[in-house]
Write a protein of this length. Structure first.
Length: 84
């Protein structure tokens, strides 16, 4: 039997991901060139790309993803209707 390693408690944040990485031998470290490309990526959406999208930045949007979410793509916008 191989060596035993404790990854954490079953419900700890990230443990499920670690299990999958190890179970399926998934690569989980990025090569230096990829990290450099990510660091050098422009934070501004180019005009051509922006024209393809709907711009919701002026809306009062709040994320509803939990504190331990891996992505923050669930949100709601709230506005008062004319009838209150």
């Amino acid at each position: 039997m191989g060596a035993c390693e404790i990854l954490g408690y079953e419900d700890d944040f990230g443990v499920d991901v670690e299990i999958m990485i190890r179970k399926f031998h998934l690569p989980h470290r990025f090569p230096p060139a990829v990290l450099e490309a990510a660091q050098n990526a422009e934070p501004i959406i180019p005009a051509g790309e922006a024209r393809k999208r709907r711009d919701f930045r002026a809306f009062p949007i709040v994320t509803i993803d939990g504190e331990t979410a891996r992505d923050f793509d669930d949100a709601v916008a709230v506005r008062r209707l004319e009838n209150g």
